[in-house]
Design a protein around this ligand. Structure first.
Ligand SMILES: NC(=O)c1ccc[n+]([C@@H]2O[C@H](COP(=O)([O-])OP(=O)(O)OC[C@H]3O[C@@H](n4cnc5c(N)ncnc54)[C@H](OP(=O)(O)O)[C@@H]3O)[C@@H](O)[C@H]2O)c1
Length: 311
């Protein structure tokens, strides 16, 4: 498992992490086996959100109840969670009161005294960055949150926050898979009249922006074809892509999921892949893609086979 120190933190992290959005209905044993398999593969970093689960803090609570972490177990795991979505609506809320209430709820559900990384989940159109700054200062001073980041944010939205927030923004979690890759594919086809791929959907150059500012990109839904439309792996809708994935999987002697993971980890921005599977076997397979050295030609072949233009 490839590891690195998250820039602007003292957190040492793997480049494949375990998303726990889908564990609400899993038994204690299933959650424990999932986390144990991940840890055996070197994945000691979990991704939560207050809104994951059937009710508020549902997956965070399921995780803590199943794991019953001792103090030393807790120290050995990096726990990231998110705030800012109000599920009942839905709408977004980056107000001071909401952020404080959300973090207190997460700490309680996770049965811990600190969140290692807190992400602002989705941009709030009504954001008042001074309020975010006040909440971050209070959470940091109280020792409740160690580091702060964002999710689904554009470069300008991050700039606006940075104008007021004192703490570094250390992560930006965005949707990225071989098939759903506007943050990568737009730049490849920039400035081409009439080409859909040329259209800027991410506020403009989010990957380059994050690289320039030492913000670690985290790729959510790494195997989903689109926005929760099902995975592309093994899908009859992507015969060409799966043929290339299967050929490379055989060549590198890994399961196909490792190739799909490697397509993201191969990117020099040093991104983290946020797995969502609840299958221990798939987690172990994906982990094999952590430092699988796809060649430039192979990376682009996968990109083309997913239907992207290489002009
Ligand atoms: N920041 C955000 O806005 C945001 C949004 C969404 C998600 N996330 C985070 O990203 C994580 C990953 O998201 P995701 O769950 O959508 O990503 P994913 O890993 O691309 O998809 C996993 C889902 O696909 C299913 N699946 C079916 N066949 C599969 C196969 N061959 N290989 C792998 N999975 C297969 C899994 O089922 P099984 O469990 O049965 O394997 C699971 O339901 C979440 O847990 C969450 O932490 C963040």
């Amino acid at each position: 498992m490839k590891r690195f120190t998250l820039p602007n933190t003292d957190i040492e992290a793997p480049n494949v992490i375990l998303g726990l959005m889908r564990i609400q209905d899993k038994t204690d044993d299933e959650v424990r086996e999932l986390v144990r398999t991940a840890r055996d593969a070197g994945i000691d970093f979990v991704d939560h959100a207050d809104v994951y689960g059937n009710d508020l803090h549902g997956c965070e609570r399921r995780f803590a109840e199943a794991m019953q972490l001792t103090a030393s177990d807790r120290d050995a795991i990096t726990i990231q969670t998110k705030a800012g979505i109000v599920g009942d609506g839905p709408y977004f809320d980056f107000s001071y009161e909401h952020l404080i209430e959300s973090v207190n709820g997460s700490l309680d559900a996770l049965q811990t005294d600190r969140i290692d990384i807190l992400l602002l989940h989705r941009p709030d159109a009504l954001v008042e960055p001074e309020e975010v700054a006040r909440a971050f200062d209070e959470l940091e001073t109280a020792g409740k949150v160690r580091a702060f980041g964002v999710s689904n944010h554009t470069p300008r939205q991050i700039d606006l926050l940075k104008r007021f927030v004192r703490q570094p923004i250390v992560a930006n979690q965005v949707q990225l898979s071989i098939t759903h890759s506007p943050v990568v594919s737009q730049g490849v086809a920039a400035n081409m009249l009439g080409e859909q791929q040329s259209v800027t959907l991410d506020g403009g150059g989010i990957v380059d922006y994050c690289r320039l500012h030492d913000i670690t990109l985290q790729a959510w839904s790494p195997f989903q074809a689109g926005f929760f439309t099902g995975v592309f792996l093994g899908s009859p809708e992507y015969p060409e892509l799966n043929a290339v994935i299967d050929r490379l999987a055989a060549q590198y002697d890994v399961p196909p999921i490792a190739i799909a993971t490697a397509w993201i980890t191969r990117h020099p921005a040093q991104m983290q892949v946020v797995l969502g599977t609840t299958s221990p076997e798939r987690v172990a397979g994906a982990a094999l893609g952590s430092d699988l050295p796809l060649t430039r030609a192979e990376w682009y072949e996968l990109f083309r086979a997913a239907g992207h233009l290489v002009p």
